[in-house]
Design a protein around this ligand. Structure first.
Ligand code: AMP
Ligand code: GLY
Length: 425
């Protein structure tokens, strides 16, 4: 069979690589892909971004189903378009993707359905937003309503920062239409985790838990990024917390979307803040929803998946997710992102990648911002590679991953040296 994966990052490399391991799969097309997907056996890049032409390709090439990696094509309605042409695709419709593409939609939805999240208000008027901030005090969190490539959230530790965020979003239009409406919400403390499930509109299949590192520098310092590393499982998600998240967040969300007439299909990613109250009871709140898998969380998660991902996705598309199970490698998988000089502000492109480690049973290299250029592999984006190690413990997985990272060479490479530190404590 032939499959189409839409996207070009490390997440899509990992998804396509895992799908291709099924013996029934002949080719996985990746549109547009990267240098890593170009080199992986059974994967073929397709230089195409246009939704209509991707649907033409799927229709004329006997594509069994399509999996969408990033949020942008989902928010643009790729799933609605493919379905209207009778093509099988896994992801949320444009309406359901609003759980990620509009923070105001997500917050109002959670409030309506009793899904725990920080208290908030939504503003389009700057004066009213400034007054609200003065009333609430700092720390406080300001979020652009629309998609802002991970840059639309300001965690303001002082009133000055909070007011400046309002000025830049509502007065100087720093985020364009995405920031013309802002959500202001209470600051939450605790430990973050990523909770990702597959949903077929009704049934839910949880993926292994994971945790990523959003800050650029060691000890969680420096600016926010798309993610500098991730590992699975996340020890903070104990079996009790897992059940609590399913009961309080995931099931009410899937049920609520169905009740609202916009059933959710696809990967549902809840960003969690986990804390304990004075009585030691754990308190879990939803920081955000994404309507896709995480990047780089997908790279360690796919490295641990032992079941057929093809069967899982097909069951999800056909509405039978209750008939499949996911088996996970008992080992820990830990991925370290190698980024370009200047990332996240202004990544430098063009450096040649002169050396890479070879994949083994316990080491996988997933490409992200790379492209093949006249026989060379060159840097073409901010996050360049994710090197995943598998080991019996977090420490062992980290040792293997970092051994791999030391074999990677390109000018300007930067990476964090402490991925997994929270799980080692
Ligand atoms: P988001 O894109 O909404 O996940 O926000 C990006 C990051 O900002 C999260 O991973 C958190 O580290 C932080 N953040 C978001 N909302 C809050 C909140 N209410 N309290 C504290 N930190 C937050
Ligand atoms: N790693 C965070 C995300 O994919 O949104």
């Amino acid at each position: 069979m032939k499959i189409l994966v839409v996207g070009s990052g490390g997440r899509e490399h990992a998804i396509a690589w895992r799908l291709a391991q099924d013996a029934r799969v002949e080719t996985v097309y990746v549109a547009p892909g990267n240098a890593g997907t170009a080199l992986t056996p059974k994967l073929v890049n397709l230089a195409e971004n246009d939704i209509d032409r991707l649907a033409d390709f799927a229709a004329t090439n006997d594509i069994r189903f399509t999996v969408v990696g990033p949020e942008a094509p989902l928010a643009a309605g790729i799933v609605d378009h493919f379905r209207s042409r009778g093509l099988k695709i896994f992801g949320p419709t444009k309406a359901a993707a609003q759980l990620e593409s509009s923070k105001d939609f997500a917050k109002a939805f959670m409030k309506r359905h009793g899904v725990p999240t920080a208290d908030y208000e939504t503003f389009t008027d700057a004066a009213a937003a400034h007054a609200y901030i003065d009333r609430k005090g700092a720390p406080i969190v300001i979020k652009a309503d629309g998609l802002a490539a991970g840059k639309g959230v300001i965690v303001a530790m002082t009133l000055e920062e909070a007011h400046a965020a309002i000025d830049s979003m509502l007065e100087s239009n720093a985020f364009g239409a995405a920031g013309a409406r802002v959500v202001i919400e209470d600051f939450l403390k605790g430990e973050e985790a990523s909770f990702i499930v597959m949903v077929d509109g009704k049934n839910i299949l949880p993926m292994a838990s994971s945790q990523d590192h959003k800050r650029l520098l060691d000890r969680d310092e420096g600016p926010n990024t798309g993610g500098m590393g991730a590992y699975s499982p996340a020890p903070v998600v104990t079996p009790e917390i897992h059940e609590q998240v399913m009961r309080e967040i995931i099931r009410p969300t899937v049920q609520g979307m169905a009740d609202d007439g916009i059933p959710f299909t696809g990967f549902l990613y809840a960003g969690l803040m986990i804390d304990r109250d004075q009585n030691g009871r754990s308190n879990v709140k939803t920081l955000e929803f994404n309507c896709r898998m995480g990047d780089p969380e997908t790279q360690p998660i796919m490295s641990r998946l032992n079941s057929s991902f093809v069967d899982m996705v097909e069951a999800a598309i056909d509405g039978h997710l209750d008939t499949v199970q996911a088996q996970w490698d008992k080992r820990v998988a830990l991925g370290v992102v190698c980024a370009a000089r200047g990332y996240p502000v202004k990544p430098e492109k063009g450096a040649e990648i002169t050396s890479l480690p070879t994949d083994t049973d316990s080491l996988h290299v997933f490409h992200a911002g790379t492209k093949a250029d006249a026989g060379k592999t060159v840097v073409s984006g901010g996050r360049v590679l994710c090197v995943v190690g598998l080991g019996e413990t977090v420490k062992e997985a980290a040792r293997i991953a970092y051994e791999g990272v030391r074999e990677v060479h390109f000018d300007g490479m930067q990476y964090r040296s402490d991925i997994g530190y929270r799980a080692m404590k």
